[in-house]
Ligand binder design. Structure first.
Ligand code: TRP
Length: 463
């Protein structure tokens, strides 16, 4: 039950309804991870069996961590750094838990510095697609379009700048007038566009083959690395582990059920990833293309298909518009924890914090832009800046943050605090959440780490 202690209030404001929170959190979750990364890693790992493992990871590990992050955020009602310090002190007398918040803020900063560059390509493709550049193009011509975009740093920097500008534009306006208004507009449009594309793919694509590819498990194609890729992606796609969900949790009204909303958001994110696969693969198969193309799947393979299908110009434009909207609401969730922290910690106005943080991320993002051209040969340990930033965040900071959050909620916070904040109607649901937080999620992260160490050794061997 709600405790009698005085509830804190977030200095940033509060979502005006449960729906607003669901849209904001779904907006954070649904992004490049769903539309760009999920289809290509599913493709590379053989489809069906990978999808099955991914579902287990999302519901078994991602969902309980999402609940923990929201409950911590709402209890602290501050930016992730302050919240972790505050609750750490309250629950265990140790303020140093603020470091976990700091890891999240730093990780979000770095993720956005490469996320924005890929999102910028999506924006560029709206215009490429719209101008009919894909129409009847050969594989070489499509390759030249993508190569021309990534290879030319001025062009790539232009789109990255535009995308960061769009993100800051929303965030300066605050939680209700900025974030909430953006997700209320963008998320329904995104869903509508996705269903439109699904209809197209059913009518014009090789839908049965796409369906079989996604859902017929061929376990022979699944490797141990594939399993860990699925687990790592569960964190990324749900946006957990970096304090983004914690920041959004600080703005949740007290009477909103954390369990129910988390289940809705996880289903929404998973559903959108699966539907995106059902849009992409039937079109890929209908055109005799390779589903295991890799990161170029949506920027090279798919445009090739769009160039050869009836109505391809309009369908292609809609696809990249959808991708841009998805990336935009995610980018907002990546910058928000950093902005809230600078605002609350340094006393800088929200507006100035958003502009300053946006400019700093933009500047770091230039290294991502340059990773595909001028600095393509620079090796920061895991390849270019772009590759290193992705590797470091996806495989190290993200799981480490998830681990710390699960351990904090499962082992450090008292039963009274977590049960009081979650207020799950069903005692079994609470027991399941606690078991997942204490054992399943931490163990899963340890597995990711062992894998990452293996990858490091492998990289060391091969240079
Ligand atoms: N989940 C988003 C996607 O799938 C990316 C994202 C947004 C994210 N916020 C995050 C990833 C916070 C990790 C942490 O594209």
């Amino acid at each position: 039950m709600a405790t009698s202690e005085a509830r804190r209030r977030s200095p940033q404001g509060s979502w005006t309804s449960r729906l607003a929170f669901i849209l904001a959190l779904s907006g954070a979750a649904v992004g490049l991870g769903n539309v760009w990364k999920f289809p290509y890693i599913a493709g590379e790992n053989g489809g069906g069996a990978f999808v099955l493992v991914y579902l287990v990871c999302v519901f078994g590990v991602g969902l309980p961590i999402m609940m923990s992050e929201i409950l911590i955020g709402r209890r602290g009602r501050r930016n992730p750094v302050a919240t972790m310090g505050l609750l750490g002190e309250e629950e265990s007398g140790n303020k140093n838990w603020y470091l976990v918040g700091l890891l999240g803020v730093g990780g979000s900063f770095i993720i956005l510095s490469y996320y924005s560059v890929v999102a910028g390509w999506a924006v560029a493709y709206i215009f490429q697609g719209g101008s009919g550049a894909f129409s009847g193009a050969s594989p070489e011509q499509i390759g030249d379009i993508f190569g021309g975009l990534t290879g030319n740093w001025v062009t790539s920097a232009f789109w990255h700048t535009l995308f960061m500008g769009m993100t800051v534009f929303v965030v300066v306006r605050g939680v209700v007038k900025g974030l909430e208004r953006a997700v209320r507009t963008l998320m329904p449009v995104l869903l509508g566009l996705l269903l439109l594309l699904l209809g197209y793919s059913i009518v014009e694509g090789n839908f049965v083959e796409g369906l079989l590819f996604m859902f017929a498990p061929r376990f022979g194609d699944l490797t141990p690395t594939g399993v860990l890729t699925a687990l790592g992606h569960a964190f990324f796609t749900l946006s957990v582990g970096m304090g983004a969900v914690m920041a959004y949790g600080a703005y949740v009204p007290d009477d909103v059920s954390i369990g129910t909303t988390s289940v809705i958001v996880v289903c929404m994110d998973t559903g959108i990833a699966l539907i995106t696969g059902l849009v992409i693969f039937p079109i890929v198969f209908a055109n005799g293309l390779d589903p295991a193309e890799g990161p170029g799947l949506i920027f090279v393979t798919l445009p090739l298909a769009f160039g050869n299908i009836p109505g391809g110009t309009i369908v292609g434009t809609i696809f990249f518009l959808l991708l841009t909207f998805a990336a935009w609401t995610s980018a907002i969730s990546l910058i928000e924890p950093v902005v809230a922290w600078i605002n609350e910690h340094r006393g800088v106005s929200r507006r100035a914090a958003a502009i300053g943080v946006g400019a700093a991320i933009w500047a770091l993002g230039l290294l991502s832009v340059l990773s595909f051209n001028v600095l393509a040969d620079l090796n920061l340990g895991w390849g270019t800046y772009f590759d290193s930033a992705d590797f470091l965040t996806s495989n190290i900071t993200l799981p480490a943050g998830g681990f710390a959050i699960a351990v904090f909620a499962g082992w450090i916070m008292s039963r009274r605090s977590t049960a009081g904040e979650l207020r799950l109607a069903n005692p079994t649901a609470y027991r399941l959440w606690r078991f997942a937080s204490r054992f399943v999620a931490p163990l899963a992260v340890i597995l990711i780490f062992l894998n990452a160490i293996g990858v490091l050794a492998w990289l060391g061997l091969t240079g």
